[in-house]
Design a protein around this ligand. Structure first.
Ligand code: IDP
Ligand code: MG
Length: 143
């Protein structure tokens, strides 16, 4: 699953009605949308997704935030998707994010930071499978 990455438009951005503007930034940067849905995550789903952070002090706050309202997972495709998408969204903390990045433009703070991005090809594959069934992916990835 190289050239793929997972974006999530997080609950803060969905609540602020920023989904359209964020998707426009992503598609203008050359990413293709391969699958997308709006979902309200359960504690189990959000907890599982962020399992790698379960010993970090912010884990509980993160799960609470990610379940606070609907979010929009989007499977994206582009050459060099993981690195290019992380460059597009900017640093985890919007205060440290470069000018013009999605987090600089739209994020509140280091916790409520508007979007998720995969950090490796391997994790992109795992994260895309977390949200999209085999059937959805086969249909959407057909061309
Ligand atoms: P990333 O989203 O830029 O990859 P990670 O370090 O993987 O950043 O952290 C995952 C998510 O956990 C962040 O996007 C953010 O929502 C939250 N988070 C990370 N560090 C902190 C923190 O120090 N305080 C509160 N929330 C944090
Ligand atoms: Mg991360």
């Amino acid at each position: 699953m190289t050239n793929k990455t997972l974006c999530i438009i997080k609950p803060d951005a969905v609540k602020k009605n920023l989904a359209g503007q964020i998707i426009t930034k992503i598609t203008e940067a050359g990413f293709k949308i391969k699958a997308m849905k709006m979902v309200r995550l359960s504690n189990e789903s959000a907890g599982g997704f962020y399992e790698v952070h379960k010993n970090r002090p912010f884990y509980e706050e993160l799960v609470k935030f990610m379940t606070s309202g609907p979010c929009i997972p989007i499977a994206l495709e582009k050459e060099n998707a993981v690195a290019d998408y992380r460059a597009l969204i900017g640093a985890t903390d919007p205060a440290e994010a470069a000018e013009g990045t999605v987090r600089k433009l739209f994020a509140e703070n280091k916790s409520e930071n508007a979007v998720h991005g995969s950090d490796s090809d391997e994790n992109a594959a795992i994260e895309i499978a977390h949200f999209f069934s085999r059937k959805e992916l086969l249909e959407n990835y057909a061309d």
